[in-house]
Ligand binder design. Structure first.
Ligand code: DI6
Ligand code: FE
Length: 404
């Protein structure tokens, strides 16, 4: 057990729900006990019993909770720069997918890569995120598309947690695309791979949540519903890639299953936001994919706000639609493209992202009882985290992960 640690001289953006924007405490202090936060408050009110505890003065620096990237496809082989060229000459993401490129091309390079190769590639992206204060990363399967290859992806994702000071949350995304061996037989793929593979992966303790790609070029709501029923039988939470390219009513399906989140949502109909809001699911916005695909249809941010839907922001790091391993860039894009405020962007990668991963009682807020995972920044105001482009203003990262 590590010694208690008292942080002083902090400008805290605690992201708690209070009357101050960002949950800001200008002259703040934090007491860390073990791997938890034990006390947070004004430095003038530090309880006298803490006198004598090891103290670190942060010199007025901004302190936020560790950032959370709640939607990534971080483990994959190869890249799709040639498809980027094709899209620039007019081909659409769907055209490329229908011609056998897209996700399937990454499935081929991922199946063909060794575990060590995939780990090395993923670590590079993970280190990019860590250099920007990220302490929790969700990683999906979805480039294996056989039971063995999907399970291999989740094993590799979990392995990353042993190689870096980071928490990894794993998601079963076998329903990402129909592999060539199941062309024209997508129902059989759900019944023979996506569902039995999930049962096997869950039995091995490799799955934290279940996701799918509900889209014309992927799976229908009916097919995803069968997968969700299997997830519920295993007591696993669900989430969904919904309304990214067209309005399939996937967000409402996720809502009906008490989903953690619906993700993308560019084509979510404003009239469906009330029903979505009632479910309490988080809207995960992925501005990197919007940007990369040159999308023009904006997610209905105004309606989401009006219905008090919590919005998270993530990189969606993947080789096709969002080759981005920078959470700060995603925050900037959420502000410039989706008109989020910098405060909403910070909540989107802290408190709301934690909720999207079912971790709201442990991560995403600086408050007593929460994990002592903090990012310390060389900036004066939290809006700067969404403002600067390029270069990381991270000063250091305080983690007590290994301390129980
Ligand atoms: N939507 C996306 O944006 C990613 N997956 C998905 O369902 C794209 C994945 C890829 O193109 O490789
Ligand atoms: Fe995605």
């Amino acid at each position: 057990m590590k010694q208690d640690l008292l942080l002083t001289g902090c400008k805290l953006a605690a992201t708690q729900q209070d009357e101050n924007a960002y949950g800001l405490i200008a002259g703040g202090a934090v007491l860390i006990r073990g791997n938890r936060i034990a006390w947070v408050g004004d430095a003038d009110n530090i309880p006298s019993e803490y006198a004598g505890i090891e103290t670190e003065d942060l010199d007025g620096r901004l302190v936020t909770p560790a950032l959370i990237d709640c939607h990534t496809h971080l483990v994959f082989g190869g890249n799709r720069a040639l498809e980027f060229e094709m899209r620039l000459s007019g081909a659409s993401y769907e055209d490329i997918a229908r011609a056998g490129g897209g996700i399937i091309s990454t499935v081929k390079t991922t199946r063909g890569a060794t575990d060590d190769e995939l780990i090395e590639l993923a670590l590079k992206r993970l280190d990019d995120l860590i250099s920007e204060g990220v302490g929790v990363v969700e990683i999906k399967s979805g480039y294996g598309l056989t039971i063995e290859d999907e399970i291999r992806m989740l094993r590799i994702a979990r392995r990353l947690e042993t190689l870096r000071p980071i928490k990894i949350v794993t998601t079963w995304l076998a329903a990402h695309a129909v592999p060539p061996e199941y062309t024209g037989r997508s129902d059989a793929y759900i019944d023979e791979v996506a569902i039995p593979g999930l049962q096997q992966a869950a039995a091995e303790g490799l799955v934290d949540a279940v996701d799918g790609f509900c889209e014309n070029i992927a799976f229908s709501c009916d097919q995803i519903e069968r997968l969700f029923i299997a997830a519920k039988t295993l007591s696993l939470p669900v989430k969904l890639h919904a309304e990214q390219l067209s309005d399939q009513k996937g967000a409402l399906l996720a809502a009906r299953f008490g989903g953690l989140s619906a993700d993308h949502l560019e084509y979510l109909n404003e009239n469906d936001t009330a029903a979505f809001a009632a479910s309490g699911a988080v809207a995960v916005l992925l501005p990197g994919a919007f940007y990369t695909l040159n999308e023009t249809k904006l997610p209905p941010v105004g309606a989401l706000r009006e219905h008090s839907v919590e919005m998270a922001i993530a990189t969606d790091c993947n080789p096709g639609s969002s080759p981005i391993s920078s959470i700060l860039t995603a925050m900037n894009m959420a502000c410039t493209q989706f008109a989020l405020t910098p405060e909403e962007a910070l909540l989107g990668v802290t408190r709301h992202a934690a909720k999207a991963l079912g971790l709201s009682d442990q991560y995403g807020v600086i408050a007593p009882g929460y994990r002592a995972e903090l990012a310390v920044w060389n900036v004066d105001h939290p809006a700067e985290l969404s403002y600067w482009l390029g270069g990381s203003p991270l000063h250091n990262y305080i983690t007590r992960r290994a301390t129980i």
